[in-house]
Design a protein around this ligand. Sequence first.
Ligand SMILES: [Fe+2]
Length: 305
Amino acid sequence: MSSLSSLDRRNATYVLPDRAITPASLADELLRFRTLYNVTSFPFRHDLYSSSLFQWRSLLELADRHPRDPAHLYCSRGRVSVDDRWSAHQELEVLPAEVLRSLCETDSLIMFKRLEEDHLFAPLIRSIQAEVIELTCGAMSDDIVVGRGTLLIASPGRITAYHVDADVNFLFQIHGAKTFSVTDSRQHAAVSHEELEQYFMGDLNAVRYDEDRRRRSTVYELDAGFGVHVPCLTPHWAQNHEAPSVALSINFDLRSMNSVRRIYRLNARLRSWGLKPQPPCASSWRDHAKLTALDVLSSHRFLRH
Ligand SMILES: [Fe+2]
């Protein structure tokens, strides 16, 4: 299977939804992986739609064998809006194959998580991960804690509500099409520190959608064969077009986010005591002092138990 790196071996002209791509501009596209990785969103192309693993029969077989605990499966059936929460219409006990068969009538989103544990999908997931890491030319490799694959299958017109993820993401649109909006964080104040404090305290929908963020978002029209990179903590939402959608999220937990997470959690507590804490990455010595204090506190806790 070739997915991303095959782009630089082709010499045809490719057509994105809004423009023709020549081999020369293909080089620019590959350059984005090196220069924009985890800085801002960017589009890319792939050929995963040609894999038989994503054909309907294969997806139904996956639905029958995939574990159904919350760590492996998420399902929401019913209409949601852009500012809804992950819990909206969530169903904890579903028959995944039945969800797939009724997809066109039920306004559903079903996610098969940890696809890297599936014996049929694992080789493909590893291959894509390796290609992504290679394309970023070393920017990722020392920073990765763990990589995952999540398959997202959704009904025509289905909305995925506005949210951020702490991991870094490469989303591959494989079948169907969607409109994908990203509020890039290098634009001014995409997300407030208070929202991120609440996010890291466990409120996965702490970052809220509003008109200002809508206006400042970059909108990608993703047909099958296109993808988009979403940096850590960058808000996004999506709406499918008129056909069922199959998309693959290749995401990585990063070592560099661990300290950010710990400091935001500490800051949430400091703010609840009436203080105005400095956000992570604003001052390296403050970050170091906070992380040292957290290390001391956690070792004391460990010694007490
Ligand atoms: Fe996401």
